[in-house]
Write a protein that binds this ligand. Structure first.
Ligand code: AMP
Length: 216
């Protein structure tokens, strides 16, 4: 399965993406985690994106698409599917990622869209802030990230609906309920050859992802 997770911050992309990856035994690329890891390690990429993350701004598309290309190449080399968490976030990213993926014969079969209301999202993100101390989980930056989602990410959803690969789920409900609904929908959409037997599979090497993307 080749899956994109789309939803506002706090909707549960991380939790549900992890569930999907475990269920289908596919690697998960969490773009936000990857960028935060580079920031923490003070790599060239980390230094290039640190300010964007702190302000809740989107990282330039060139950097994101460089990571996408590397991740898709790694998944393709391993004969595997993928779950992309937090990608795409702009229409330009969606179109460019689709082009790259199509060239590699790795375009997504499903876009999972998590829907939730701003009030609940803010409540969840502030609760997470108390536990994780993320630089972008302050009230002001949360507001900005939610606005950005409405303006530039939300419009992508219709594009996936038109392509017939959208699974849109009410993410206001308890985690387990949301997860069961997603897995049930994905099982129905699983392509006939979507399962690669364990013996045939090679490990997907995602280490070093993004390392050369700061120059883009
Ligand atoms: P997240 O953990 O998904 O909320 O992402 C945290 C931050 O990483 C975002 O606020 C952006 O600064 C950056 N980021 C993650 N994914 C993307 C993307 N697809 N495009 C641009 N920036 C991104």
């Amino acid at each position: 399965m080749r899956i994109l997770m789309i939803g506002p911050p706090g909707a549960g992309k991380g939790t549900q993406g992890a569930l999907i990856a475990a269920h289908f035994d596919i690697p998960r690329v969490v773009v936000g985690d990857l960028l935060r890891d580079h920031v923490a390690r003070r790599t060239d990429l980390g230094r290039a994106v640190d300010g964007h993350l702190g302000r809740g701004e989107l990282v330039p598309d060139e950097i994101i698409l460089c990571i996408v290309r590397q991740a898709l190449n790694a998944a393709r080399a391993a004969g595997s599917g993928y779950v992309f968490d937090g990608l795409p976030r702009t229409m330009a990213q969606a179109r460019a990622a689709y082009k790259i993926a199509t060239e590699l014969d790795m375009s997504a079969n499903v876009a999972v869209h998590l829907r939730a209301e701003d009030k609940e999202l803010t409540r969840r993100l502030l609760a997470r802030a108390a536990l994780e101390h993320r630089s972008d989980d302050t009230e002001q930056v949360i507001r900005h990230r939610l606005d950005l989602y409405q303006q530039v990410t939300q419009p992508i959803i219709a594009w996936y609906a038109q392509r017939g690969i959208l699974v849109s789920v009410d993410a206001m409900r308890p985690v387990g309920e949301v997860g069961r609904e997603i897995l049930a929908a994905l099982e129905l959409m699983r392509p006939p050859a979507g399962h690669i037997p364990a013996g045939v599979r090679r490990p997907v090497d995602l280490t070093g992802l993004g390392a050369r993307c700061a120059q883009t």
